[in-house]
Write a new protein. Structure first.
Length: 222
Protein backbone atom coordinates (compact mmCIF):
# COMPACT_ATOMS: atom_id res chain seq x y z
CA UNK A 1 0.00 0.00 0.00
CA UNK A 2 1.37 3.43 -0.92
CA UNK A 3 2.58 5.50 1.98
CA UNK A 4 0.48 8.61 2.59
CA UNK A 5 1.60 11.96 3.92
CA UNK A 6 5.05 12.85 5.11
CA UNK A 7 7.43 9.93 5.80
CA UNK A 8 8.39 9.48 9.43
CA UNK A 9 12.03 9.76 8.45
CA UNK A 10 11.52 13.17 6.83
CA UNK A 11 14.37 15.44 7.93
CA UNK A 12 13.16 18.98 7.29
CA UNK A 13 16.53 20.63 7.89
CA UNK A 14 18.24 18.31 5.42
CA UNK A 15 15.42 18.87 2.94
CA UNK A 16 15.98 22.65 3.09
CA UNK A 17 19.67 22.04 2.37
CA UNK A 18 18.74 19.90 -0.64
CA UNK A 19 16.34 22.58 -1.88
CA UNK A 20 19.03 25.24 -1.40
CA UNK A 21 21.34 23.31 -3.73
CA UNK A 22 18.60 22.98 -6.35
CA UNK A 23 17.75 26.68 -6.31
CA UNK A 24 21.45 27.58 -6.25
CA UNK A 25 22.10 25.42 -9.31
CA UNK A 26 19.03 26.21 -11.39
CA UNK A 27 17.46 29.44 -10.09
CA UNK A 28 13.89 29.96 -8.89
CA UNK A 29 11.82 29.59 -12.05
CA UNK A 30 13.87 26.74 -13.51
CA UNK A 31 13.52 24.65 -10.35
CA UNK A 32 10.20 22.88 -10.70
CA UNK A 33 7.94 21.64 -7.97
CA UNK A 34 8.40 18.15 -9.43
CA UNK A 35 12.18 18.44 -8.97
CA UNK A 36 11.75 19.59 -5.39
CA UNK A 37 9.33 16.80 -4.50
CA UNK A 38 11.58 14.18 -6.10
CA UNK A 39 14.75 15.38 -4.36
CA UNK A 40 13.57 16.32 -0.89
CA UNK A 41 13.66 13.56 1.66
CA UNK A 42 14.11 10.97 -1.05
CA UNK A 43 10.73 11.88 -2.53
CA UNK A 44 7.67 13.43 -0.90
CA UNK A 45 4.08 13.97 -1.96
CA UNK A 46 2.57 17.35 -2.81
CA UNK A 47 0.53 17.43 0.44
CA UNK A 48 3.70 16.68 2.42
CA UNK A 49 5.58 19.41 0.58
CA UNK A 50 2.95 22.07 1.28
CA UNK A 51 2.55 20.93 4.88
CA UNK A 52 6.29 21.26 5.47
CA UNK A 53 7.09 24.42 3.52
CA UNK A 54 3.86 26.23 2.66
CA UNK A 55 4.80 27.01 -0.94
CA UNK A 56 7.70 26.97 -3.37
CA UNK A 57 8.19 30.71 -2.78
CA UNK A 58 8.28 30.26 1.00
CA UNK A 59 10.84 27.46 0.64
CA UNK A 60 12.97 29.63 -1.65
CA UNK A 61 12.86 32.46 0.90
CA UNK A 62 14.02 30.06 3.60
CA UNK A 63 16.83 28.78 1.39
CA UNK A 64 17.99 32.31 0.60
CA UNK A 65 18.07 33.23 4.29
CA UNK A 66 20.11 30.11 5.02
CA UNK A 67 22.53 30.95 2.21
CA UNK A 68 22.93 34.54 3.43
CA UNK A 69 23.57 33.34 6.99
CA UNK A 70 26.22 30.82 5.90
CA UNK A 71 27.92 30.90 2.51
CA UNK A 72 27.40 34.63 1.91
CA UNK A 73 29.23 35.53 5.12
CA UNK A 74 32.54 35.29 3.24
CA UNK A 75 32.20 38.96 2.23
CA UNK A 76 31.11 40.37 5.60
CA UNK A 77 34.76 41.21 6.30
CA UNK A 78 34.17 44.26 4.10
CA UNK A 79 32.46 45.83 7.10
CA UNK A 80 35.21 44.91 9.59
CA UNK A 81 36.87 48.25 10.32
CA UNK A 82 39.60 46.52 12.33
CA UNK A 83 40.98 45.35 8.97
CA UNK A 84 42.90 47.75 6.75
CA UNK A 85 40.60 48.57 3.81
CA UNK A 86 42.73 46.92 1.13
CA UNK A 87 43.03 43.78 3.25
CA UNK A 88 39.26 43.71 3.76
CA UNK A 89 38.66 43.75 -0.01
CA UNK A 90 41.36 41.15 -0.64
CA UNK A 91 39.98 38.87 2.07
CA UNK A 92 36.45 39.15 0.69
CA UNK A 93 37.59 38.34 -2.85
CA UNK A 94 39.78 35.40 -1.87
CA UNK A 95 37.28 33.90 0.57
CA UNK A 96 34.46 34.24 -1.95
CA UNK A 97 36.50 32.67 -4.76
CA UNK A 98 37.46 29.75 -2.53
CA UNK A 99 33.86 29.15 -1.48
CA UNK A 100 32.52 29.39 -5.02
CA UNK A 101 35.01 26.81 -6.32
CA UNK A 102 34.55 24.32 -3.47
CA UNK A 103 33.11 20.87 -3.98
CA UNK A 104 30.05 19.77 -2.03
CA UNK A 105 27.68 22.42 -3.37
CA UNK A 106 26.92 24.11 -6.72
CA UNK A 107 29.68 26.27 -8.16
CA UNK A 108 29.37 30.03 -8.11
CA UNK A 109 27.51 32.39 -5.80
CA UNK A 110 23.75 32.12 -5.37
CA UNK A 111 23.54 35.88 -4.76
CA UNK A 112 25.29 36.73 -8.03
CA UNK A 113 23.66 33.99 -10.09
CA UNK A 114 20.24 35.11 -8.89
CA UNK A 115 20.33 38.06 -11.28
CA UNK A 116 21.04 35.79 -14.26
CA UNK A 117 18.35 33.26 -13.40
CA UNK A 118 15.90 36.04 -12.58
CA UNK A 119 12.32 34.84 -12.25
CA UNK A 120 9.44 35.82 -14.47
CA UNK A 121 7.95 39.30 -13.84
CA UNK A 122 5.12 37.92 -11.73
CA UNK A 123 7.67 36.25 -9.43
CA UNK A 124 10.24 39.06 -9.40
CA UNK A 125 9.76 39.76 -5.68
CA UNK A 126 11.26 36.43 -4.68
CA UNK A 127 14.80 37.62 -5.48
CA UNK A 128 14.53 40.87 -3.50
CA UNK A 129 16.74 39.49 -0.72
CA UNK A 130 19.45 38.58 -3.25
CA UNK A 131 19.26 42.05 -4.79
CA UNK A 132 19.60 43.61 -1.33
CA UNK A 133 22.56 41.37 -0.55
CA UNK A 134 24.38 42.48 -3.69
CA UNK A 135 23.72 46.11 -2.75
CA UNK A 136 25.05 45.43 0.76
CA UNK A 137 28.28 43.96 -0.61
CA UNK A 138 28.66 46.79 -3.11
CA UNK A 139 28.26 49.32 -0.30
CA UNK A 140 30.88 47.46 1.74
CA UNK A 141 33.41 47.67 -1.08
CA UNK A 142 32.69 51.38 -1.52
CA UNK A 143 33.13 51.91 2.24
CA UNK A 144 36.56 50.26 2.03
CA UNK A 145 37.62 52.53 -0.82
CA UNK A 146 36.43 55.58 1.12
CA UNK A 147 38.34 54.38 4.19
CA UNK A 148 41.42 54.05 2.00
CA UNK A 149 41.06 57.67 0.88
CA UNK A 150 40.39 58.91 4.43
CA UNK A 151 43.47 57.08 5.71
CA UNK A 152 45.67 58.56 3.01
CA UNK A 153 46.23 55.13 1.44
CA UNK A 154 44.52 56.22 -1.79
CA UNK A 155 44.72 59.63 -3.47
CA UNK A 156 42.02 62.12 -2.60
CA UNK A 157 41.13 62.67 -6.25
CA UNK A 158 40.44 59.01 -7.00
CA UNK A 159 37.01 58.18 -8.45
CA UNK A 160 35.84 56.08 -5.49
CA UNK A 161 32.58 54.83 -7.08
CA UNK A 162 34.48 53.68 -10.18
CA UNK A 163 37.11 51.81 -8.16
CA UNK A 164 34.43 50.19 -6.00
CA UNK A 165 32.47 49.18 -9.11
CA UNK A 166 35.59 47.59 -10.58
CA UNK A 167 36.08 45.35 -7.54
CA UNK A 168 32.35 44.60 -7.36
CA UNK A 169 32.23 43.66 -11.05
CA UNK A 170 35.15 41.30 -10.54
CA UNK A 171 33.48 39.74 -7.52
CA UNK A 172 30.21 39.15 -9.39
CA UNK A 173 32.12 37.71 -12.35
CA UNK A 174 33.73 35.01 -10.23
CA UNK A 175 30.43 33.13 -10.36
CA UNK A 176 30.65 32.66 -14.13
CA UNK A 177 34.28 31.60 -13.90
CA UNK A 178 33.45 29.06 -11.20
CA UNK A 179 30.49 27.69 -13.22
CA UNK A 180 32.83 27.30 -16.20
CA UNK A 181 35.21 25.29 -13.97
CA UNK A 182 38.00 27.85 -14.12
CA UNK A 183 40.63 26.52 -11.69
CA UNK A 184 40.61 28.24 -8.32
CA UNK A 185 44.33 28.97 -8.55
CA UNK A 186 43.75 30.94 -11.77
CA UNK A 187 41.00 33.03 -10.15
CA UNK A 188 43.19 33.56 -7.09
CA UNK A 189 46.03 34.80 -9.31
CA UNK A 190 43.59 37.14 -11.05
CA UNK A 191 42.67 38.59 -7.65
CA UNK A 192 46.34 39.40 -7.11
CA UNK A 193 46.35 41.20 -10.45
CA UNK A 194 43.24 43.29 -9.82
CA UNK A 195 44.55 44.35 -6.42
CA UNK A 196 47.48 45.95 -8.23
CA UNK A 197 44.97 48.63 -9.25
CA UNK A 198 44.77 49.65 -5.59
CA UNK A 199 48.55 49.40 -5.17
CA UNK A 200 49.24 51.48 -8.27
CA UNK A 201 46.77 54.13 -7.12
CA UNK A 202 48.44 54.17 -3.71
CA UNK A 203 51.75 55.14 -5.29
CA UNK A 204 50.16 58.36 -6.56
CA UNK A 205 49.14 59.59 -3.11
CA UNK A 206 50.50 63.08 -2.67
CA UNK A 207 52.14 64.21 0.58
CA UNK A 208 49.28 66.67 0.99
CA UNK A 209 46.81 63.76 1.09
CA UNK A 210 48.67 62.23 4.02
CA UNK A 211 49.22 65.60 5.69
CA UNK A 212 45.52 66.40 5.49
CA UNK A 213 44.72 63.13 7.21
CA UNK A 214 47.39 63.66 9.87
CA UNK A 215 46.09 67.18 10.47
CA UNK A 216 42.59 65.83 10.93
CA UNK A 217 43.85 63.32 13.49
CA UNK A 218 45.84 66.01 15.35
CA UNK A 219 42.92 68.43 15.46
CA UNK A 220 40.52 65.82 16.77
CA UNK A 221 42.94 64.79 19.52
CA UNK A 222 43.33 68.27 20.97
Amino acid sequence: MAQMGRPRTFDRDHAVEQALHLFWQHGYDATSLAQLKARLGGGISAPSFYAAFGSKEALFDECVQRYLATFAQVTECLWDESLPPRQAIETALRQSARMQCEDGHPKGCMVSLGVMSAPSPENARVVDALTQSRAHTRAGIFACVERGVSAGQLPGNIHAPAMATMFDSFLQGISILARDNTPHEVIDAAITQILLTWDNAATTVLPTDRNDEEGLIDSTSE
